[in-house]
Design a protein around this ligand. Structure first.
Ligand code: PHE
Length: 380
């Protein structure tokens, strides 16, 4: 006898084959896919983003949906791995017939999932993947955030011009698309400004003992250590730096630091540190206020930048669906390309010809175990 699961899968396959890619199973629903790290090493990236998307979906459907239909988002957990990201995107397209895809957060996984979406010609919108390559030569991939070329440039100018530090050590995950790319962008801009990279250290992704690296960094006496790594790694770095007398305020990072787990794990150790980001709950933007209120009412805590970015990416996609000539991947792609002055919680968005968004970059400081807005800069 067929198991219930196999039967359900068979039915789903039949239905999606009958309707073809791009159609929803029920004609009164528009089905969108989302693949995220809902578990594994970077799980807060996925869960926070999902919360932001859910808020947007709830608001949309309560107001009647789009084109007279409710939107349904199918979530898939890629367990924080690139291999699963590919599998999940393939499933969402082939099995579920989604018309568009939201995800991922980590650039390495958006690279993997984006390749499938691009090949299968289904538009994908990443809320937060900043590595330059993510949208490069990929017609069907869009992002609603700035790139690491921009983020690296802003971080370099912040260190050089605002902090007035001229000697920097770099510490990053060598094989990670995001971490090594952002370290390189920072290096390019910082040296152009006249600053010096006096030590440049890449560690292996997955390493957890950083003491030897940190001792070596310290021995070269940098004024700042630029560490564009993810929050889970940064917690370990900060904890291991403390006994070596490297103050937390010496570290500067990128958006990958954004997680409540960073504060919980190493908030005290990182007192005074700065990082570049998409958003901060106390950002002085008119656009962000309604979002902040709605998010807090639903979840009883402040949103991370992932929550805000997930919300914006979902709303921007729904706006494109509304403007699309029909509910097909191809028509939605055209509408996404035409996005102009979209009012997001993380700024006003225009999608450029490379499918990127030009936005202000926020500098956040770790202060009394909280993320505090410091300033904002536009990339030049
Ligand atoms: N920008 C990171 C990447 O591309 C992901 C990220 C975005 C992490 C925002 C935290 C906050 O991999």
């Amino acid at each position: 006898m067929l198991s219930r699961r196999a039967f359900a899968l068979g039915t789903a396959l039949l239905v999606s084959t009958a309707l073809g890619t791009g159609c929803s199973k029920k004609s009164d629903e528009i089905v969108v896919g989302a693949y995220l790290s809902l578990s594994g090493a970077d799980s807060t990236f996925g869960t926070d983003t999902k919360d932001g998307i859910e808020l947007a979906v709830g608001e949309l459907n309560a107001a009647g949906g789009v084109k007279g239909k409710k939107v349904k988002v199918l979530y898939e957990d890629d367990k924080s791995t690139a291999q699963e990201a590919s599998n999940k995107v393939r499933q969402l397209i082939d099995r579920d017939g989604v018309v568009a895809i939201l995800g991922e957060v980590a650039s390495s996984r958006s690279m993997a999932g984006g390749l499938i979406a691009n090949t299968k010609k289904v538009p994908m919108v990443t809320p937060s993947s900043t590595a330059v390559e993510v949208t490069k030569d990929r017609e069907w991939v869009f992002r609603t955030c700035f790139t690491d070329a921009q983020q690296g440039d802003v971080a370099a100018r912040f260190v050089f011009e605002t902090l007035k530090k001229k000697k920097v050590g770099l510490f990053f995950a060598a094989q990670d698309t995001y971490s090594s790319g952002l370290a390189q962008s920072f290096k390019d801009s910082f040296t152009k400004l006249g600053g010096q990279i006096i030590v440049d250290k890449g560690f292996q992704k997955g390493e957890t003992n950083f003491t030897t690296y940190l001792q070596e960094l310290k021995s070269k006496s940098p004024e700042v250590i630029f560490a564009p790594v993810y929050y889970n790694e940064m917690v370990q770095v900060a904890r291991q730096a403390k006994p070596l007398d490297i103050p937390g305020s010496m570290f500067v990072g990128g958006d990958g630091w954004d997680s409540a787990d960073l504060i919980e794990g190493a908030g005290a150790e990182l007192e005074g540190a700065y990082f570049t980001n998409h958003y901060a709950p106390d950002v002085p933007w008119e656009n962000s206020k309604a979002f902040l209120t709605a998010y807090k009412a639903k979840y009883n805590h402040e949103p991370s930048s992932l929550g805000a970015q997930g919300y914006d990416a979902a709303r921007l996609l729904f706006d494109a669906i509304k403007r699309a000539s029909e509910i097909t991947p191809a028509a939605i792609k055209v509408a996404l390309e035409q996005t102009k002055d979209f009012q997001g919680a993380t700024g006003t968005l225009t999608i450029d010809k490379n499918h990127n968004a030009n936005k202000p970059i926020v500098v956040v400081q770790v202060k009394s175990k909280k993320f505090a807005y410091h300033s904002q800069l536009m990339s030049q």
